[in-house]
Design a protein around this ligand. Structure first.
Ligand SMILES: [Zn+2]
Length: 188
C-alpha cells in the first residue's frame, strides 16, 4: 500500500481529479501496487473541500511508502504543438540514497497538451501523476525506452494515433514492489 498526500494548489475540479486518480490507480494495480489518496488542506483555497482537522497530513511521512503530490500550475509557456519532449511534472530524488518523497505535476501544462493533442485531460493527468510517482517509487530519475516511464510522450501517442505503452514494465513493477517491501522491513 502506498499513501499519496495530495495538495491541489491548481484547483483541479474534483470530478477530473477523481478520474485522473482512477487512471493512476489502474496503472499501479497492474504493477501490483495499490494507492491510497489523502486530500490535504491547501492554504488560501476557499474552495478546498478538505477538512483541515481530519486529515492525516500533519503526521510525519512514513518513510518509503508515503509520498507528497503537489498539483501546481506554473507560468511556463505552453510548448508548441510540434514539440516532442513533454515533461508535465518533476520529482525530487536524492541522487545518492535514491530516496525522494515530493513530486509536482503541472495541471495547466497537462490541460494545454491534452487540448493540442485532442486527448482526454483526466487520462493524461493520471498518466503524468503515475509517471512522476513512478520516479519516486523507483528511486531514480531515469527513463525507459518504452512504456509509461519513457521520457518522450509524442503528440501522436497521446492522441492515440501511434500505439504506445502506458504501463510500467514488469521489471519496473518488480523493482517498485521490492523497494516497498525492503523499506517496510527496515521500518519494522
Ligand atoms: Zn520522468
Amino acid at each position: 500500500m502506498v499513501v499519496i498526500r495530495s495538495y491541489n494548489y491548481a484547483d483541479v475540479p474534483p470530478d477530473e481529479l477523481a478520474r485522473a486518480r482512477a487512471t493512476a490507480d489502474r496503472v499501479f494495480q497492474q504493477a501490483g501496487i495499490s494507492l491510497q489518496w489523502i486530500d490535504c488542506w491547501v492554504p488560501d483555497r476557499p474552495s478546498s473541500i478538505v477538512d483541515r482537522r481530519s486529515s492525516g497530513c500533519n503526521e510525519p511521512l512514513r518513510d518509503g511508502s508515503e509520498f507528497v503530490l503537489r498539483l501546481m500550475s506554473s507560468d511556463r509557456p505552453v510548448p508548441p504543438a510540434s514539440t516532442t519532449r513533454l515533461a508535465m511534472g518533476s520529482s525530487l530524488i536524492d541522487h545518492d540514497s535514491g530516496s525522494g518523497a515530493l513530486t509536482t505535476v503541472d495541471p495547466a501544462l497537462v490541460t494545454a497538451i491534452a487540448r493540442s493533442a485532442s486527448a482526454e485531460y483526466s487520462t493524461l493527468l493520471g498518466r503524468a501523476m503515475a509517471h512522476e510517482l513512478g520516479h519516486l517509487l523507483l528511486g531514480h530519475a531515469h527513463h525507459s525506452t518504452n512504456g509509461l516511464m519513457r521520457a518522450i510522450w509524442s503528440q501522436d501517442e497521446i492522441r492515440g494515433i501511434r500505439p504506445a505503452g502506458w504501463q510500467f514494465s514488469r521489471g519496473e513493477a518488480a523493482q517498485m514492489r521490492q523497494g516497498l517491501a525492503s523499506r517496510s522491513r527496515a521500518a519494522n
